[in-house]
Design a protein around this ligand. Sequence first.
Ligand code: TYD
Ligand code: MG
Length: 452
Amino acid sequence: MSKNTPQFTCTACGAVHRKWAGKCDACGAWNSIIEEAPLSSGPKPLGAKGRTIPLTDLATEEAPPPRASSGLDELDRVLGGGLVPASAILVGGDPGIGKSTLLLQATAAFARRGLKCLYISGEEASAQVRMRAQRLGLADAPVSLGAETSLRDILTTLDAERPDLAVIDSIQTMWLDTVDAAPGSVSQVRAAAHELVTFAKRRGVAVILVGHVTKEGQIAGPRVVEHMVDTVLYFEGERGHQFRILRAVKNRFGPADEIGVFEMTGNGLAQVTNPSALFLSDRGQTTPGSAVFAGIEGTRPVLTEIQALVAPSNLGTPRRTVVGLDSGRLSTILAVLEARCGIPFAGLDVFLNVAGGMRVSEPAADLAVAAALLSAREDVALPPDMVLFGEISLSGALRPVGQTENRLKEASKLGFSQAVAPERSKLGADTGMKLRQMPDLTAFVGEMFGAG
Ligand code: TYD
Ligand code: MG
């Protein structure tokens, strides 16, 4: 590409394209590609020699980084056990989901534990942040507030103050005067994040960047900075549901896939220490089409209810509607039920839903999904005290999944007394549950619903 050819960048994922297109090939987003001036005129030729960098070997002894705990267990766990000094964290989420609320509470919690904390808002005036803090009962926490969008001024302030933690709310409002593009554009967001992350590493300041997930348009999404930071957290939740899930999708200092569960109340976010109870709380009388899945989220067992509705369709292509699960997974399970167990779903509309707005991505949910579908189709309710888990392979066999014992323990704790699991599931201590191990889906259908 010559120096002055314009380039086209996807605002959702940052992929660079040679020409404009309606859809980004890299991430599949529609109408997200915009034209941008090239970032720089390319690398300078390596004429002059660089200096030699000091090298060490792998055996060099270094103490593990001391972590700062906020006292909010749900947050500390998602961070991998606390905040690592000089780390860069991205917190993404839809606008209005509660990111500013969460981070204000987190900053206050860290400040009360003795960390020097700075909260820079580019979206709200200091008075607005202060008002929110008062409402949340955090007005006495020793947090320094700033309302600014110029990154040059912010970096100067951070350099003078040297806090332990700086929160930047949000990265899309920041602008650098060295970059010739509007705030929120891919090049501004990328450059601002790069400056902040480099600053964090060099000066030993932990930074948390807030990023709004954008559906389309001219604003860059948080995905364009994901690769620069150490930890990527997403704050998710369904509108109309009170609870919010903080999910680690990348973490250089701890396990990914860990979740923290919060509930949005009138006084801010409250921690939910027993999420299973919350997700199952609406469960009244068990009806056909409902199955309880004993899942694992990160290191923690979480029980969720899978709901299915199967009804005769008057459409040529029956409807397949899924909320909270992968729709490809549903198609696979329907195909296995049809091909291996001889139970057709042709001519039937299928609706599948994970209760409470939770999102399940574990393959271990397959068996519970199949059970919910069968139960809905046959109009037979499953026993109310039963949980299920197991992965279904294309042959119809049930494959064992990890952490059987943890799943059973959690189910037992919540008053369930029987479980269906794949054969050869690894068992340790007795959990007090009646466990039925099944080799394949056909055996399961035969036992639960008669011979199909
Ligand atoms: P906010 O943190 O401003 O969202 P974000 O920064 O992700 O855009 O949260 C805004 C929503 O949270 C708003 O709809 C009101 C709700 N909320 C409460 O329900 N209770 C509270 O105590 C607070 C502070 C906010
Ligand atoms: Mg906000």
